[in-house]
Write a protein that binds this ligand. Structure first.
Ligand SMILES: *Cc1c(COP(=O)(O)O)cnc(C)c1O
Length: 466
């Protein structure tokens, strides 16, 4: 008999959830223009929109908040955060920022010159935006396998060294201020990078004088996948694996809103003394004094504590296990999802799920809306709506992947909530032919996915049962 396991924590405070009737959900969905971004959180039962800033803090973190030292200079809380980053990640210098993009801004301004190239393993929206604002071009050097949603590969986040070599050959190493390595790769579905790949990339880059900067946002989840999948690491602690990962980098940007288990905050970290000195000057302009940057003392306390908790082997095993628990139920019932299941989310393949819909009928948007209507579970479209229009032709950008993302917040929901989400997806899968497409009735000029409004192409989103 396979023994079942449970959450490695118990519940001390509870927050009531909205339990709307189907009629009420139908009204809420109409009011939101069939866009899950526009649904009020008070109308949502299980919120799987994002894992960003949605973590539950522990009793120790809430306790740490009271210990916050709000001194303008030389705060004790800053020292505690610095120590946590040194202990767990191993970097020498740390600058707190208001969130991950604050760190990206400072790093990009300091290192990029106009006409540079920044290679990376798939883009992330804010990261690429800061690189481009400073005059660099982003170049995707992730392995080809990352672009195929059905292909099983243990480390789909890996960098293709051939692609990196080719870029260096074309533009020259002096045009590459640093390489940005995301661990794990959000846009590829939370897919990890192997230790072997990190080691090879680092040694190769260093031999050419190119710095390696991590986007460390989900680094603990990456470390856990290495423990599970890479030979030689099965008996090491996640904390040891993490230390080795960071030894193959010169610094990182971090969004504390994900793996650091807090609701706001981030940091820029590095080993180089000179880069640190220059960063201190810039952080004053954009964030605050170097000893608090973009964060309150109490928030630095909570993040320091969260950093230690995030590398607890039981916590991270449960975290990854819960995402897999949801995904595996869907795989077992034949629901098309991105494989293998990643670290922070399960992605439904809406093109396969709703093959009767044209791409212009926004299958992923329709599926996310149908999921909310069916059960009050909120997910996010990641497909043709998110991809926007081509600036030149005015046509829809047509991304290869048309996905609905079910993102699992950390320590917030139990596996019973995962069962409810799985049941709802399965019930929709059984009646998938009854799900109709959408037409866009309001389209904002920029980042349209946040505010676009839709209505069903037929009289109802889901045809009545006969
Ligand atoms: C969230 C995120 C960021 C940006 O961090 P914010 O805290 O939202 O500013 C950068 N990279 C990745 C991979 C992310 O998921």
């Amino acid at each position: 008999m396979e023994r079942r396991s449970a959450e490695p924590f118990k519940i001390k405070t509870v927050e009531a959830l909205a339990m709307l009737s189907r009629q009420e959900r139908e009204e809420a969905l109409k009011k939101a223009g069939y866009n899950t971004f526009l649904i009020d959180s008070s109308d949502v039962y299980i919120d799987l929109l994002t894992d960003s800033g949605t973590s539950a803090m522990s009793d120790r973190q809430w306790g740490a908040l009271m210990m916050g030292d709000e001194a303008y200079a030389g705060s004790k809380s800053w020292k505690r955060l610095e120590k946590a980053v040194r202990d767990v990640y191993g970097y020498k210098h740390v600058l707190p920022t208001h969130q991950g993009r604050g760190a990206e801004n400072i790093l990009s301004q300091l290192k990029i010159k106009h006409g540079d190239y920044v290679p990376g393993n798939m883009y992330f929206t804010t990261t690429r935006a800061h690189q481009e604002l400073n005059g660099a071009s982003f170049v995707d050097i992730i392995i080809d396998e990352a672009h195929d949603p059905t292909l099983e590969h243990p480390f789909k986040g890996n960098i293709d060294l051939k692609k990196l070599e080719n870029l260096i050959y074309e533009v020259g190493a002096e045009k590459i201020p640093y390489i940005c390595v995301a661990v794990t790769v959000n846009m590829a579905g939370g897919q990890p990078v192997s230790m072997k790949n990190l080691r090879e990339v680092y040694h190769f880059c260093k031999s050419l004088g190119i710095d390696v900067m991590f986007d460390a946002t989900r680094c603990v989840e990456n470390a856990y996948f290495i423990k599970e999948r890479e030979k030689g690491y099965e008996n090491k602690s996640v904390s040891n694996i993490l230390k080795e990962m960071f030894s193959y980098s010169d610094g990182c940007t971090m969004s504390g809103k994900k793996d650091c288990l807090v609701n706001i905050g981030g940091f820029l970290a590095m080993n180089d003394d000179e880069l640190y000195a220059r960063s201190r000057e810039l952080v004053v302009v954009y964030e605050g004094m170097p000893s608090y940057g973009g964060m309150a003392g109490r928030d630095m306390e909570a993040m320091a504590q969260g950093i230690y908790e995030s590398v607890d082997d039981h916590y991270i095993a449960h975290r990854i296990g819960q995402v897999r628990y949801l995904g595996q139920q869907l795989i077992d019932q034949g629901v098309p999802i991105v494989r293998p299941i990643g670290g922070h989310a399960v992605y439904l393949d809406a093109k396969e799920f709703l093959p009767h819909l044209q791409l212009e009928e926004f299958p992923a948007q329709a599926l996310a809306a149908a999921l909310y209507l069916d059960s009050g579970v909120r997910a996010m479209e990641r497909g043709i709506v998110s991809a926007g229009r081509d600036q030149k032709t005015g046509q829809h950008n047509k991304p290869k992947l048309e996905l609905v993302r079910l993102t699992i917040p950390r320590r917030v929901y139990t596996n019973n909530h995962m069962d409810v989400a799985a049941d709802s997806v399965l019930s929709l899968f059984q009646k998938r032919h009854a799900i109709n497409g959408l037409k866009m009735v309001y389209e904002p000029p920029a980042l349209r996915f946040f505010n676009a409004r839709f209505s069903p192409v037929k009289s109802k989103l889901i045809n009545e049962e006969t």
